[in-house]
Design a protein. Structure first.
Length: 396
RNA sequence: GCGGCCGUAGCUCAGGUGGUUAGAGCGCCAGACUGUGGCUCUGGAGGUCGCGGGUUCGAGUCCCGUCGGCCGCCCCA
């Protein structure tokens, strides 16, 4: 038998309902932020992700699905959404400021685990051409409101990498500082050279280090902006906590970075949404120098913590006592739908009334409409309430 | 990439120390009930025992490999 590939899965039933409930909820809330929706390709030139996410990140080094297409070009399945959106922003000549929202599957070849699949779904927004503390606050506020819209208890963890200069200064400081440390794990020895900031969120090495707060490297103006952002969020009652060691795994972040963690999910998979500012990315990808920030939420992971409940419309199920009334039953079926009702029936020949009733019951039908000799002769149809068993007559 | 547990019917799982035609519950189909679901009873369909080797007279059971699943680590949404 042919099965799905490792880490890939089919989504159906309640899982599918929850998925779309999440998407619809986000769509409603983001609509109030005046976002524009955009869909970009799942496959892009590999170079796009290498340049934006960062050559020496784990994502590019060991998680990206990368291969040659028939023309021998290096292409990749998108491991995240921002790169493609920024590419589209530049390529289509969007005029800043613009808020671009997206939803779709992302791909990373990690070891599958609960709430982590090789094809997973993200929904996110990019605020391109937006600068300053109010933009940062709007970005985080929109993310938090979306999560709250699902009635999920969550908390925002926030940090700043400072501007470009501060990030560089802090990085080179760390590089020197870490040179002495020979107890670092193998991964961190590489990070020390390629991306020293990443050492800070290594669970093994970080606790052993006493590193100065990045705030000491941030200039006064940036410090004021960050403080202002925090104030704005507090004003709008967003639960926030500063995490000085939060640095994120994608290289393009520059200023504030944040994660939203669910309080209903323990352990490693509780980060359900994350984002930050990436002021250098647009120019890095060939556009004009443009400030920007954004976030993305993991649908699969949110689905994990969502209380399942889906209201369904009342189902009308049409049954016939004999196949000779099939056409009439079929007409009624479509009339009901025209009236806006959810209606169904089975079409197999030779099914007893009893087995049709069983089917109606199994599908959770609220109403069963009978089509039999009496009904056809009189034009008055019997309808049964499947909850109470009461039957009444109606004419069409 | 590393570690632990696990792959038997559509689903959840039984199948001491290897021994005839591989079982149960649920689900599915049909009937009991010739115009009525749920409850009950009766019958039926459905299995390459993940896959490939090996040991053996004989493997669902033992050994090796491989693929896949769950969980943790790393990392991340």
């Amino acid at each position: 038998m042919i099965k799905t590939l490792r880490g890939f899965r089919d989504i159906y039933g309640e899982e599918w309902d929850k998925f779309w409930y999440i998407v619809e909820t986000f769509r409603g809330i983001l609509g109030r932020y005046n976002v524009r929706w955009i869909d970009t390709p799942i496959v892009e030139q590999a170079e796009l992700f290498i340049r934006s996410v960062g050559e020496f990140t784990d994502i590019v080094q060991k998680q990206m699905f990368i291969f040659k297409d028939r023309g021998g070009r290096n292409v990749a399945l998108r491991p995240e959404g921002t790169a493609g959106i920024v590419r589209a922003y530049i390529e289509n000549g969007f005029v800043p400021p613009v808020k671009l929202a997206y939803f779709g599957p992302m791909f990373r070849a990690e070891r599958p685990q609960k709430g982590r699949y090789r094809q997973f779904y993200q929904i996110g927004v990019e605020f391109i051409g937006y600068d300053g503390s109010h933009a940062d606050a709007e970005c985080i506020l929109s993310a938090y409101e979306c999560v709250r819209g699902l009635d999920v208890k969550a908390k925002v963890y926030i940090n700043t990498l400072g501007g470009d200069d501060a990030k560089r200064r802090f990085s080179s400081f760390l590089k020197d500082y870490l040179k002495e440390m020979d107890f670092l794990c193998e991964d961190c020895k590489v990070r020390r050279e390629k991306n020293p900031l990443r050492v800070l969120d290594c669970k093994i090495c970080s606790p052993k280090l006493e590193v100065p707060d990045i705030m000491e490297f941030v200039d006064e103006e940036e410090k004021r902006d960050f403080t202002k952002t925090l104030e704005l969020l507090q004003k709008f009652e967003v639960p926030i906590e500063r995490d000085p060691k939060l640095v994120r795994g994608l290289d393009y972040y520059t200023g504030m970075v944040f994660e939203i963690k669910s309080e209903e999910l323990e352990s490693a998979q509780n980060t359900i949404l994350s984002g930050g500012r990436y002021d250098d990315l647009v120019s890095e990808l060939g556009g004009k120098d443009t400030p920007a920030c954004g976030w993305a939420a993991g649908i699969d992971r949110i689905s994990l913590i969502l209380r399942k409940e889906s209201k369904k419309d009342e189902l009308y199920f049409i049954v016939r006592t004999s196949d000779e009334y099939m056409d009439i039953a079929f007409d009624i079926l479509h009339k009901l739908r025209k009236c806006g009702k959810t209606a169904d029936m089975i079409f197999d020949r030779g099914k007893s009334l009893r087995s049709q009733m069983k089917k109606a019951n199994k599908l959770g039908a609220k109403w069963v409409v009978f089509v039999g000799e009496e009904e056809v002769k009189s034009g008055r149809y019997k309808i049964r309430d499947m909850d109470t068993g009461e039957e009444s007559i109606f004419t069409i």
